[in-house]
Design a protein around this ligand. Structure first.
Ligand SMILES: Cc1cc2nc3c(=O)[nH]c(=O)nc-3n(C[C@H](O)[C@H](O)[C@H](O)COP(=O)(O)OP(=O)(O)OC[C@H]3O[C@@H](n4cnc5c(N)ncnc54)[C@H](O)[C@@H]3O)c2cc1C
Length: 278
């Protein structure tokens, strides 16, 4: 039986009820928001825990964020992960997805040599770019598969299923590799009291700074990030109300006349001719 060395990437996100925004820098003020484990990361961790339960293995959870992000590592250790790594440094702050992937990749190479499988959530609930997983695979020079819904280990190969449009695809990947997990399957387990005790009594958490990783301040954080947030605004939905009276046939004719173009464009085909508009 092959025991996999797994790395699960976890991001701490602000509680949905609190999204304090710094309009000057275009970033979230995460120091004052209460944090939680990103929902998709919970499912990614659950995928790793099931592999460990079935085949054995070792799970390292890794997060990059402010010092309070250690909370999600303790949560993961409580649920059954073996080791936690916190990448935290003011110089890392403000990293975009490219530099986040770069920094996490360097940490994985240094701290988890010989890893088999990296598991990420498909996307976060605060930034939602879904870029970190695939970019991390590029940085580590390993294959990746995104939006995975089921995983089956066959030695150093994994077989996966994912829903793509209306098709259920079956994919196979030789390890080492990276997958990102959706929130549709791998429903997270609850913490147990013994897990909680173990996580706090025997916690194995390594805290690393840019210097520990041998990274120059010029290649990390906001300074190195090519993404620029030019503007942030709240979307306001505007609605117009029409009251139509009379016979149904007459109302429908009026609807087609007034909104036919909009309906056709939303449906992707002409309502009168039924011809597709691509
Ligand atoms: C000091 C400090 C301050 C930071 N402040 C902010 C901030 O204000 N706003 C912000 O959005 N980010 C912040 N970050 C984190 C980093 O910049 C973001 O994680 C990154 O931009 C991810 O983008 P995303 O949320 O769109 O990820 P997505 O690509 O949507 O995430 C997909 C998956 O990638 C993995 N992943 C993503 N980010 C991380 C991470 N940080 N650690 C581990 N795994 C991860 C997870 O598995 C996640 O499910 C900070 C980091 C540090 C060190």
């Amino acid at each position: 039986m092959t025991m996999l060395k797994m790395v699960v990437c976890i991001k701490q996100v602000p509680m949905v009820s609190e999204l304090p925004w710094d309009s000057r820098t275009g970033t979230l003020k995460r120091e004052i928001a209460e944090g939680m484990m990103n929902p998709a990361c919970k499912h990614a961790l659950e995928a790793a825990l099931r592999i460990k339960h079935e085949h054995g293995g070792h799970i390292t959870v890794i997060t990059m964020g402010p010092p309070m992000a250690a909370e999600v590592l303790y949560e993961a250790l409580t649920l059954g992960a073996d080791r936690g790594i916190l990448l935290t440094d003011k110089k890392m702050a403000g990293a975009d997805t490219l530099i986040t992937s770069f920094t996490i990749a360097r940490a994985i190479e240094k701290e988890c040599p010989g890893f088999d499988l990296v598991i990420c959530g498909s996307q976060t609930s605060d930034s939602e770019t879904a870029q970190v997983g695939p970019q991390l695979a590029e940085e580590l020079k390993i294959p990746s598969a995104a939006y995975i819904e089921s995983l089956e280990c066959r030695g150093k190969t994994i077989r996966m299923k994912r829903l793509s449009d209306d098709f259920l695809e079956t994919l196979e990947m030789d390890l080492p590799g990276l997958v990102t997990i959706t929130t549709r399957h791998f429903h997270p387990r609850y913490a147990t009291l013994s897990g909680l005790e173990e996580a706090f009594q025997f916690s194995d958490i390594t805290i690393l700074s840019a210097e520990d990783l041998g990274l120059s301040p010029d290649c990390i954080g906001m300074k190195a990030s090519p993404t620029r947030i030019l503007d942030v605004f709240s979307v306001t939905a505007e609605k117009e109300n029409y009251v139509m009276k009379g016979a149904v046939k007459k109302i429908l004719e009026e609807v087609f006349e007034k909104f036919g173009d909009k309906i056709s464009s939303a449906m992707g085909k002409d309502l009168k001719t039924h011809e597709h508009s691509d």
